[in-house]
Write a protein that binds this ligand. Sequence first.
Ligand code: ES4
Ligand code: ZN
Length: 326
Amino acid sequence: QSMLDFVQKLPKAELHVHLEGTLEPEHIFSLAQRNGIELEYKTPDEVIAAYDFHDLPSFLSIYYAAMDVLRTEEDFYELALHYFQRAAAQNVVYVEPFFDPQAHTSRGVAFETVINGIHRAQQEAAASLGVESNLILCFLRDMSAESAAEHLEMAIPHIDKLIGVGLDSDEKDNPPAKFAEVFAKARELGLKLTMHCDVNQKDILEHIEECLDLIKVDRIDHGINALEDDALCTEIARRGLGLTVCPVSNRFVVQNLTGDEIRKMLSKGMKATINSDDPAYFRAYMNENFMALVEDADFSKDEITTLTRNAFEVSWMSDSKKSAYL
Ligand code: ES4
Ligand code: ZN
C-alpha cells in the first residue's frame, strides 16, 4: 500500500481551516460573473500566478481582496459546500471550520447572510456527504476589541450554530490580552476558545503565555514557538491542549514545513494535529499536507496515525461521537 493510499483511506479530522481560505480561483470567476463584478485577472491560472506569499501580510492582502466576490447567502453556501465536497473526497469526516464575519460585514454583507449560508452547507454536508462539522467564529485581531464585541452580540441569536470563537489575521501588536473581555464573554455563552499564535510573530512567546494564563484557551492554532520554552511545553502537555499545525501554510509564510517541530511536540506529549489553513491559496488540502510531511520529512504511518488520532481527541465534538473514532 502506497503512503498516498494510506493517507487517503485514513478517516481524518480537520481543526484549522478558514472557509474563506478555501475559495478556489475557478469559483472566484463564477461568483464574479454571477454578481456582476469585474476582475483584474482573465483566467484562474492568472489568479494562481499572482499568489506570491512570503509572509503573513502579503498573504492576508490577497486573501481579503479575493473575498469581495462573496455577496449572497448562496455564495457562502457554495463556498462551504465546495470545501466539504473536497473534504469528503479525501475522507475527512469531521471539520471545525473558521469563518471571518468582520471581513464581510465591513463590506456591507450582513452577518446573517454569511452564517446562514454556511450553516445550510453544514447541514447538507452532514446529510449527503457524511462530513460532520462544528463552526468557529474568528475575530480579526487587527480590528478593535469593540468590533469583536459587536460581532459576538450579532452571533447570540445564532449561538446554536457555533461551537467556539477564534482569533486570526495580523498578529503584530495585536496580543491576546486585547480581546480578554470578548473571550471571557464568549466562554460565558458556552463557546470554546482558541487563538492563532502564528509562527515567528513578534512577541510570540508572550502571546502564547497570555493564551494559557489570561485567556485560558481550549486550543492553540499553530503554536510552534512554544518549543522555545520548556515550561510552556510542559504546561501545554499537562493541560492536553491541542495545537493545530499547518505545514504547507508554514512553508509559504515562514519557509519552514515544521516537520522537526511536529516531531518534537509529539515527543514532549503535546497534542499536535495536521491542518490545511487556507488550502485554495496554499494549493494543499489535508492529503497534500500529510504527503508533504511524508516526502520532505519522511513521516511514517505511525506518526500520521498519531497526528490524526490527536485531531479527533482534541476536537470539540461530543464525547459520544468522539468515542466512535478513538
Ligand atoms: C490566516 Cl495563515 C493566517 N494567519 C492569520 N490569519 C489568517 N486568516 C486566514 N489565514
Ligand atoms: Zn489560520
